[in-house]
Design a protein around this ligand. Sequence first.
Ligand code: FE2
Length: 249
Amino acid sequence: MIDLHSHVLHEIDDGATSIEVALDMARWAAEDGVEVMACTPHFLPGVYEPDPALVVRRVAELNDRLMDEGIELALVTGCEAHVRPDMVRRLAAGQILTINFGRHVLIEMPPATLPPHMDRFFFDLMNAGYKPIMAHVERYRWAERAMPFLENLVHAGVLMQVTAGSFFGDYGRSAQDLASRLLDMGHVHLVASDAHDVTKRPPGLSKAWAYVQSTLGAKEARMIFRQRPEVILLGDEAAAPKTVGAEMS
Ligand SMILES: [Fe+2]
């Protein structure tokens, strides 16, 4: 499996608090069957502004440690970019990291209120050649009331990521209900851990895989947990077919 959203990188945001925690998280993920994990520290100006060069260096260092420790997990770079008006400019300037240096950008929205003109924001991003992934769509308190907006984005090609724990109520009843509704609608394109530690928000995707497989079948589960993220990592222009049951060669 491939996990495209995690805070495994240590001492850079509210994720792993030390390299030991990062190694524990990596070990947990590998034992659960995760082979590749994207390190996606928050990018929220004024709060978290990791220097992309530092992120790249830390990922390389942590990969070396994983090798030394015999942990079979490969890390790639990325970030979780909080929505902001100058995102295209910051992406172009290299201040915001895409997933594995490709065109996909993991985007976090405000939790409580949907800001105005967000459709325009996403279309501008796509017009500039980027491929947005909306992080943990089921957890926004506005999402339930904004289905037409979300559906418009899906049809335009924005990918929707759901957090594995949401299927099991880890983020409350409404996130659980919305995760399952989006899954039934075919609007869940990626499932990721959004892991922050090994206690409250641990890594691991296998339980969610089993849940998705029991709901949508093995073929779609493979698409969500393996094939689509793999294509995103490879940066293929044909990446990420967005409909349920879509075929990839
Ligand atoms: Fe996150």
